[in-house]
Design a protein around this ligand. Structure first.
Ligand code: NDP
Length: 292
């Protein structure tokens, strides 16, 4: 089975639109501020798709294009302005930042007010995620979980291998998988014999950023494969999984494009609504807490 991420994402966006309609007038609708630093083509595409999704859901959007050579102080001043703006429900800093800001990335992210940190990347919100008291989780990690749920994959007691350990994806998804009682192996660039680790898993989640690195040899017959990777090459857009050869060996797989990507955007819409509802004290959102 090839999992249709676009269809799952569409149903999430529809649900968000419905909840916004039920709870808010157009004037009081949530507002997402996206900060885009520089002219990175891929980042521009992502920000445009976020803007489009906002329009579809009835979320107001503010796209803030900042010059490539912005200083750390100027960027922080912009974030602080958005923190203080009562009309802004969520702030997203599109990553990656240009090279000169890379070392300060974490520090800059942590200037976002945790109540407006829509991708759940501040230290406080990640701490809450790890302790099971958070009401949001990073958008891509949430998207992976929604894909697994929607494909009817039971995780309780299953062996799951996550390849990649970034805060944005790998580490966060590993926490959410453990919340569902999966036994998680977290692999990274220092893992010895990656093929052996991956081939023991019932479910494989890959977020590395290396085109087609997970080949059919890595995959246990009948496993579920979620490919988070997005790699733009001269030959086209590829995931981290060798889709053509893996698809006949596994029981279900996400394609690239059309798999996790649309879910990331849909979960961003959901997180923006959640933060807005919390701010307006009308939330009855679930916590990302362990099920045991
Ligand atoms: P990072 O570069 O932050 O992390 C990559 C991870 O892969 C690191 O933990 C690294 O290990 C690990 N890694 C690198 N090489 C190997 C290897 N040979 N074997 C095993 N592990 C390895 O990337 P992100 O997590 O931000 O993104 C990963 C991919 O997902 C990218 O292609 C990105 O474009 C895509 N992405 C897609 C999204 C979507 O919506 N679909 C959203 C976000 C990202 P170590 O920690 O040891 O360095």
């Amino acid at each position: 089975m090839i999992i249709d991420g676009k269809a799952i994402a569409q149903s999430i966006r529809k649900n968000v639109a419905q909840r916004i309609k039920e709870n808010f007038s157009a004037e009081n609708a949530p507002c997402l501020a996206c900060i885009l630093v520089g002219n990175d083509k891929a980042s521009q595409i992502y920000v445009n798709s976020k803007k489009k999704a906002c329009e579809e859901c009835g979320i107001k959007s503010l796209i803030l294009n900042v010059p490539e050579d912005v200083s750390k102080a100027e960027l922080v001043a912009l974030i602080e302005k958005l923190n203080a703006d009562k009309n802004v429900s969520g702030i997203l800093l599109q990553l990656p930042l240009p090279d000169h800001l890379r070392a300060a990335q974490n520090e800059i992210i942590n200037t976002i007010l945790p109540t407006k940190d829509v991708d759940c990347l501040t230290d406080l919100n990640l701490g809450k995620l790890f302790s099971g008291t958070s009401q949001i989780a990073p958008c891509t990690a949430t998207g992976v979980m929604k894909i697994l749920k929607s494909a009817g994959v039971s995780l309780d007691g299953k062996k799951v291998c996550v390849v990649g350990r970034s805060l944005l994806v790998g580490k966060s998804v590993a926490v959410l998988l453990q919340n569902e009682n999966a036994t998680v192996t977290a692999c990274h660039s220092h893992t010895k014999n990656l093929e052996k680790e991956v081939s023991q898993a019932d479910v494989v989640v890959v977020a590395v950023g290396k085109p087609k690195m997970i080949t059919a040899d890595f995959i246990k017959p009948g496993a579920v494969v979620v490919d988070v990777g997005i790699n733009r090459t001269d030959e086209g857009l590829f995931g981290d999984v060798d889709f053509e050869n893996v698809k006949d060996k596994c029981s279900c797989i996400t394609p690239v494009p059309g798999g996790v990507g649309p879910l990331t955007v849909a979960c961003l819409m959901e997180n923006t609504l959640t933060l807005h509802m919390l701010e307006n004290k009308i939330s009855k959102t679930e916590k990302f807490a362990p099920k045991h």
